[in-house]
Design a protein around this ligand. Structure first.
Ligand code: ATP
Ligand code: MG
Length: 332
């Protein structure tokens, strides 16, 4: 078998058993216990960042409890976009929940609700009532990135499992496994650099890491390891530009800083912040206090951007702040 580029690797390597779920040990051990007695299983919420195994885990549970035909009959998968309309939720769920004619005793039914944090609050109220009045063989599994967007009465009816961002070690381990399965020719002597870059790009999101790996292979960027191109297609700034930017910051040439910044097209502000954040630490002629202040400022800028502030203005403000701190002594 040679490298397979026909199927998306995220799907091909979607874990099929609890053992295959990487790094979420605490959650999965408890879960395996819970589902042994499926009829007494609580409703559940899986919460945490993207690409950490929530949907995969829900599917494993459903497939484990309901084999073959039963899976199709007894599992209802809904997405947030299905749930915008209240009457749809009400009808669809009520139909599913209350249809119990053909079930054997203690046979469970599972409702999988993805992106539950995007369900409008009023619809969540309806959902809560449906959960409350469902027969005990119906189990709800809700998934979300932000649990604070779920109303309390739902949370209190569920066992909450928190999924964490995956560590560098775990991400690289999984990528290496896939690379081996796909018989990839990794760039000689640069494997470490390659995997570390994939981890950086992923930010702990395994889906993103796997997708970037596959994309790098599909675009033939692996052989001579074109890291700049890989960074670029992943929405990051290529290294030479970042380096030039830092040099101008240190040199105290603000005009140049601005020029280089403006030359970056399609900037992804979140990614840019992460790259800058990493590099700032490597500048040695800055005192600790300033680094701490800049770090605090990073957090603030990140928050403002997440709240919809103008990204260009925020990033320029941050660069100006860094500039002033680095060049403080010369100005005094
Ligand atoms: N913990 C994990 N162990 C193994 N593979 C994983 C894990 N997390 C993610 N993956 C890989 O990433 C893909 C996406 O994972 P999954 O759909 O479970 O993420 P999710 O947590 O539901 O993300 P989202 O919040 O974006 O829905 C999987 O098909 C699998 O290839
Ligand atoms: Mg998911």
């Amino acid at each position: 078998m040679s490298t397979d580029l026909e199927t998306p690797w995220v799907e091909k390597y979607r874990p099929k058993s609890f053992e295959e779920i990487v790094s979420q040990d605490i959650s999965t051990t408890n879960l395996a216990e819970f589902i042994k007695k499926s009829y007494d299983m609580p409703h559940m919420i899986f919460t945490g960042p993207a690409g950490t195994g929530k949907t995969s885990t829900a599917l494993i549970i459903a497939k484990k409890l309901l084999k073959g035909d039963k899976y199709y009959r007894n599992v209802l998968e809904l997405n947030a976009s299905d749930t915008v309309r209240m009457d749809y939720v009400r009808n669809e769920l009520n139909n599913f929940v209350n249809q119990n004619m053909i079930l054997k005793e203690k046979e469970v039914k599972i409702v999988i609700l993805d992106e539950a944090d995007n369900i409008p609050k009023t619809v969540q109220q309806t959902l809560r009532r449906i959960i409350e009045s469902s027969p005990p063989n119906v189990k709800f599994i809700l998934m979300c990135n932000y649990i604070n967007e779920i109303i309390d009465p739902i949370i209190s009816r569920c066992a909450v499992f928190r999924f964490l961002k995956l560590s560098e070690e775990k991400i690289i381990e999984r990528l290496k496994y896939i690379a081996k399965q796909e018989k990839l020719a990794l760039p000689k002597g640069k494997e470490k650099e390659f995997f570390e870059m994939l981890y950086f790009i992923s930010g702990g999101d395994l889906r993103k890491a796997i997708n970037t790996l596959q994309m790098s292979v599909a675009l033939h960027l692996l052989k001579d390891l074109d890291t700049d191109e890989i960074l670029k297609i992943s929405g990051f700034v290529e290294k030479p530009t970042m380096e030039k930017l830092i040099i101008s910051l240190i040199k105290g040439n603000y005009k140049e800083v601005k020029m280089i910044f403006d030359s970056i097209s399609n900037i992804d502000s979140r990614n840019f912040l992460r790259q800058l954040n990493k590099i700032i630490l490597s500048i040695d002629n800055m005192d600790k206090k300033d680094i701490i202040k800049i770090k605090t400022y990073f957090g603030e800028i990140d928050y403002r951007i997440s709240q919809g502030a103008d990204e260009y203005i925020q990033l320029i403000a941050l660069l100006s702040d860094i500039f002033l701190r680095i060049n403080k002594k010369d100005n005094e």
